[in-house]
Design a protein. Sequence first.
Length: 88
Amino acid sequence: MPRWWPPGADLISSLPDGVLGEIIYLLPIKEGACTRILVHRWRDLWFVVPLKLDCCQLCGTVSKIRDLTPHIVKAHPGPVPRFYVAAD
């Protein structure tokens, strides 16, 4: 028998932190960081997700990326499984 929820119900926030972390991990870094403003419960999840830092996603000049990267890595206490720089 199907389960019915009221319209606008926040079903995703009822998922375990591990599942939410995997969802955030699959997002590009900007969108992953933006999840902090969605729901109070999500605020700290971004910080425990492994950081995937892709300079192509950061968009900017090489000097801007060079200046921004240490701040991102320092502010993120979670693991950094890989780091790469792609430039055209």
